[in-house]
Design a protein around this ligand. Structure first.
Ligand SMILES: Cc1cc2nc3c(=O)[nH]c(=O)nc-3n(C[C@H](O)[C@H](O)[C@H](O)COP(=O)(O)OP(=O)(O)OC[C@H]3O[C@@H](n4cnc5c(N)ncnc54)[C@H](O)[C@@H]3O)c2cc1C
Length: 306
């Protein structure tokens, strides 16, 4: 296992900003994870688990700790039969989606355009176009900092809108590494569909993304979570972009960061933005939307560093 030093996080995040990680490790085994954590303990430094960095804003000052990313050995998909699929943590979600289409299995194919890893998708309960990763996930295997393996059912993962138990654990200083997840998918034929139908549905979602998202500029997807309004048992999801646009903020800039002209809930790195530009812009948007509509937008993007 190689421990790299002062690795620019701008090279590991879709925003293309962020200062150096003091240490950076690519773990190719559970043993590598244990060694990296031991090193962090010896140095008295915190650790952070990196997926593909597509929902992450790292401070310009970087992270005074060790960033641990699961390597290629954790990128694997195994068919277990009868629509059951086991997927390792570093597998790109797009690859998993493509695999399910090829296998004629429904339930994940609409997530093909989400650029993160399986681990990041479980952590965030990522979703799009009516499919959340939690809907088909049956079990998640993770390892904690003491080396204990946990197998949680989907219920035990406490999935909710862009929420999982892994966020609760991290908030309490106990990040667990998501090693793999098992899914129960539905043969397309059971939904009276063909493989071609799944392919077309996936392509339709990709086309919607191309039309509605600023994919030519560095970004990290939606800045804020959808608003859940209405009764608790029949919540109404409202897109934050509506309020941001109504507040006249589309195209508003701080430094090189811009509220996307294409999709108001995206902040883009339009011109050599710093992490601070992006953070300040997101806080400005929050402030203006609260002042105008008395609505508090909750950030979806994860912050790392000061
Ligand atoms: C263009 C674009 C479009 C997007 N569209 C969508 C969308 O439609 N729907 C949606 O939900 N999201 C979307 N996103 C956001 C993002 O892709 C998802 O949140 C994705 O699930 C993040 O995965 P990641 O591997 O990049 O995680 P990272 O950004 O690296 O990390 C996110 C969090 O997950 C944790 N994490 C990552 N891997 C692991 C692991 N193995 N074990 C434990 N914790 C881990 C990290 O510690 C961090 O707290 C989009 C992003 C972009 C750039």
């Amino acid at each position: 296992m190689t421990i790299l030093e002062n690795v620019p996080m701008s090279e590991h995040t879709s925003f293309k900003v962020g200062g150096p990680a003091r240490y950076f490790v690519k773990a190719e085994s559970v043993n590598d994870i244990a060694q990296a954590l031991e090193f962090a303990k010896e140095q008295g430094l915190p650790y952070f688990i990196l997926g593909k960095g597509t929902n992450l804003l790292v401070s310009d000052n970087g992270f005074m700790g060790i960033v641990i990313q699961l390597g290629k050995a954790f990128s694997e998909i195994t068919n277990l039969g009868n629509g059951k699929v086991l997927v390792k943590g570093a597998t790109p979600l797009a690859r998993f989606a493509r695999h399910t289409i090829n296998e004629g299995l429904a339930g994940i194919h609409k997530l093909a355009g989400i650029p993160g890893s399986l681990g990041g998708a479980i952590y965030m309960n990522a979703g799009a176009y009516g499919q959340d990763i939690s809907q088909t996930c049956t079990e998640v295997e993770s390892i904690d900092e003491a080396g204990n393996i946990h197998k949680r059912t989907a219920d035990e993962c406490r999935f909710d809108y862009r929420h999982s138990v892994f966020q609760e654990l991290a908030a309490n200083g106990h990040q667990e590494f998501i090693l793999s997840a098992t899914f129960q998918l539905t043969p397309a034929a059971n939904e009276n569909k063909t493989v071609q139908d799944l392919e077309s549905e996936m392509q339709e979602c990709m086309e919607k993304r191309r039309k509605s998202q600023p994919l030519s500029m560095p970004n990290a997807g939606s800045t804020f979570k959808r608003l859940l309004l209405g009764a608790a048992d029949t919540p109404n999801q409202i897109a934050p972009g509506y309020y941001i646009e109504q507040a006249g903020l589309k195209g508003f800039r701080i430094g090189g960061a811009e509220v996307s002209q294409v999709h108001a809930n995206f902040i883009v790195n339009a011109d050599h933005a710093t992490a601070n530009d992006i953070k300040e812009l997101s806080e400005h948007v929050q402030r203006v939307v609260t002042e105008k509509f008395n609505i508090h937008l909750q950030r979806e993007i994860i912050l790392l560093g000061d």
